[in-house]
Design a binder for this molecule. Structure first.
Ligand code: ADP
Length: 469
């Protein structure tokens, strides 16, 4: 590093960027652009016509008229047509919606618009967990014992179970968002789960492809942040501990994973880079691992996009990941003045950061999503608190059409205990009326002894029903 003699053209400067997304991540990207002198374009659905992200961009356009609410952010022909008409240079997809859609990335390229993310080939290949597993195996990175490729028949599933034993987890190859997984503990369960998982995967992800892995009891979820340019240079920005999950979805994240030894950290980050090198990964991405109770790590998947929890990596490294994404997409090298990462050693970290996701879900009622108008809103602020909000203001309407993330609170301090104290203090300052939120639950997590010792694994929430009160 760095490599020279690249076949890529000189960097271009984006004048205008459209965000094909909504809510907090759209606003996050607009802020990054404004600081860089790039004009911003928002799209919004009819249901989002009063939503904050619309007002935070230089231009905003209604899309998806007469369609289902989510289609506004998914039907990419309309988005690309709009981008062309408005002379947009680049599209940032955020997370969710079109962010991992290889067809969309290709359509952007074909229209002469830069897609801010990895190449369409990488999106295509990493979207398939079976393929990604194979890449990891070939790169010499440990994976959880699992089937060789997809499983089609009961006989294949039973043959694997006979060899590997129970418990097992049947996973949708194209799955995401914690969905499309079933845990099986015996043969009857496996017989039942296979056909069901295939049907569910087909319905939810448009592909019935499933595979089977050993189910690890009480693992930790640790993920490594990667950043690569389009010239073959790549660094990691350390790791996050995302073990506090509900239904396989992250609720609280911590950077760094402070209970890891330096040797474990180095091994994880090196393995993440090996996988990215194998697919010539560029732009921001996350390589996810599970750690078993013996501290051994296993690759599970690559998320080829910016993640919800990128804020805490930014806090401990001081690096603006969204701006780096945009610079890389413009064609800049990591060691350029635009990005200033001449080597891995240039990525430093300091302190500890915790992100909690405030959602409009009622913890006392099995986290049922709540909707309605916010009648009062006051946020917790102050030293060490970063807020990323989508619709946190008085008068905002929380609709049932989109996800329930209201505001992300990221706390930074020199150590984990202080970061946890700041996050708790900030949560206690919040006043939100009109919709129920998960704040009482998050406050319980932040005071829990297991959490404060850094000992949470992915079953922490289900093992502690008292957190819901
Ligand atoms: P998704 O793409 O839906 O996020 P992942 O493969 O990243 O799915 O897994 C999400 C979560 O599911 C993990 O963080 C972990 O809690 C659980 N999980 C996945 N695979 C296993 C496994 N083999 N054993 C135990 N838990 C697992």
């Amino acid at each position: 590093m760095p490599k020279t003699g690249s076949k890529h053209p000189a960097p271009r400067r984006f004048r205008k960027l459209l965000v094909a997304n909504r809510g907090e991540i759209a606003i996050r990207v607009f802020r990054a652009c404004t600081e860089m002198g790039i004009q911003t374009v928002a799209i919004y659905s009819e249901q989002d016509r009063l939503h904050l992200h619309r007002y935070k961009a230089d231009e905003a356009y209604l899309v998806g008229v007469g369609k289902e609410p989510v289609r506004a952010y998914l039907d990419f022909e309309e988005i690309i047509e709009l981008a062309l008409a408005r002379e947009v240079d680049a599209i940032h997809p955020g997370y969710g919606f079109l962010s991992e859609n290889a067809d969309f990335a290709r359509a952007c390229e074909a229209a002469g618009i830069v897609f801010v993310g990895p190449s369409s080939q990488v999106l295509e290949s990493m979207g398939d967990k079976v393929y990604a597993r194979d890449v990891a195996i070939r790169a010499g990175v440990p994976v959880i014992p699992g089937t060789d490729g997809a499983v089609q028949t009961q006989a294949q599933a039973l043959a694997f179970a006979a060899e590997a034993g129970y418990p097992l987890i049947v996973k949708a190859a194209m799955g995401g968002g914690g969905r499309g997984m079933s845990i099986v503990r015996d043969e009857a369960g496996l017989r039942d789960a296979l056909a069901r998982s295939q049907a569910e995967a087909q319905a939810a992800f448009g592909s019935a492809k499933v595979f089977i892995e050993r189910y690890l009891e009480g693992p930790k979820h640790i993920e490594v942040q990667i950043l690569g340019d389009r010239h073959g240079n790549r660094v990691h920005l350390f790791e996050r501990d995302c073990s506090v999950q509900r239904r396989h979805q992250k609720v609280v994240e911590i950077a760094p994973a402070f209970t890891l030894s330096e040797a474990q950290r180095q091994a994880l980050c090196a393995d993440a880079l090996k996988i990215c090198a194998a697919v010539d990964y560029s732009n921001a991405g996350t390589v996810e691992f599970l750690l078993d109770r013996q501290g051994r790590h296993y690759f599970i998947e690559v998320n080829p996009r910016i993640q919800v929890e990128h804020t805490i990596t930014e806090l401990i490294t001081g690096r603006d990941l969204v701006q780096a994404q945009i610079r890389v997409a413009e064609g800049h090298r990591l060691d350029s003045d635009a990005i200033r990462i001449p080597s891995q050693q240039a990525v430093e970290r300091r302190g500890c950061a915790i992100q909690v996701r405030i959602t409009t879900e009622d913890p006392a009622n099995n986290f049922a999503p709540d909707t309605g108008q916010i009648t009062a809103f006051r946020a917790g602020e102050g030293f060490g608190i970063r807020l990323d909000a989508g619709s946190g203001f008085e008068g905002a309407v929380v609709s049932p059409h989109y996800d329930s993330l209201l505001i992300k609170v990221s706390a930074f301090a020199l150590d984990f205990d202080q970061a946890a104290a700041k996050a708790l203090r900030a949560l206690r300052e919040f006043r939100i009326r009109g919709v129920k939120t998960n704040i009482p639950f998050l406050e319980n997590v932040l005071q829990n002894e297991t959490f404060l010792k850094g000992e949470c694994d992915t079953t922490f929430i289900e093992d502690h029903p008292e957190l819901f009160r």
